[in-house]
Design a protein around this ligand. Structure first.
Ligand code: PEP
Length: 252
């Protein structure tokens, strides 16, 4: 039985004050979320504040990105052990915004995957197709390529047992266009089957989240699909009430 999981990706939003207010709101309502694990991924500069506010809660902390390198001369970068210093449990890797806007390749994402595991961080590994790739019937080949970058690593499939996967169709991120529950379920099942070709136990146990304009009014239907184990939430995670409603949809 996979535990439902909902993570909020705050992206480059808010202020120190709004981050504190958001955490206050989530903390006030967290007892209404019975079974789902809940995590928030603030900007790096708010990690310390959020860590302190979460210390007496069951809400986990994650980062939105990090370096695949060990500490050293990498100006502007953040190392895995720095994230551990702030009790981060999760780190998002391979988000489509990082792939599209910052040129992150499958190879770099794979390197971050390995580094995250070395530091005891659980990667939230994102993958997803562009609109034109879906329109050209290339969804499965794109997902297979992105997933295979991890599966081909030495220890890659075992690594997935310590990771979370987030299927995020790029055309659905921040656009208000959501994949239908059937479209999402079909890709989630494809991901699970492809992992099962390497290791059926890992495939059965790995949480696969859906991300892409999940909102309070579509979360129940999406999360009721067999292979959808929760969500990675962008815009709707910036409002405590909406985020908590989505968390309850995953596991009230
Ligand atoms: C995301 O950025 O991971 C995301 C899913 O964003 P949104 O929920 O806003 O589409």
């Amino acid at each position: 039985m996979r535990q439902p999981f909902v993570a909020g990706n705050w992206k480059m939003n808010g202020s120190r004050a709004s981050a504190r207010k958001l955490i206050d709101g989530i903390k006030q309502g967290i007892d209404s979320v019975a079974t789902a694990e809940v995590a928030v991924c603030p900007s790096f500069v708010y990690l310390a504040d959020v860590q302190a506010m979460l210390s007496d809660t069951r809400i986990a902390l994650g980062a939105q990105n990090f370096s695949d390198q060990k500490p050293g001369a990498f100006t502007g970068e953040i190392a895995g052990d720095m994230l551990k210093d702030f009790d981060c449990k999760y780190v998002i890797i391979g988000h489509s915004e990082r792939r599209a806007l910052y040129g992150e390749t499958d190879e770099l994402v794979a390197s971050k995957f390995i580094t995250a595991l070395e530091y005891g961080l659980r990667p939230i590994f994102c993958l997803g197709e562009l609109l034109e790739e879906r329109q050209q019937d290339q969804t499965e080949s794109v997902i297979a390529r992105q997933l295979d970058a991890i599966l081909a690593l030495p220890g890659g499939v075992e690594g997935l047992s310590k990771a979370v996967i987030a299927y995020e169709p790029v055309w659905a991120i921040g656009t208000g266009m959501t994949a239908t529950p059937d479209q999402a379920q079909s890709v989630h099942a494809f991901i699970r089957e492809r992992i099962a070709e390497k290791d059926a136990n890992v495939a059965a146990g790995v949480q696969i989240l859906y991300g892409g304009s999940v909102k309070p009014d579509n979360a129940v239907e999406l999360f009721s699909q067999n292979d959808i184990d929760g969500g990675l939430i962008g815009g709707a995670s910036l409002d405590a009430g909406s985020f908590l409603t989505i968390c309850r949809a995953a596991g009230a």
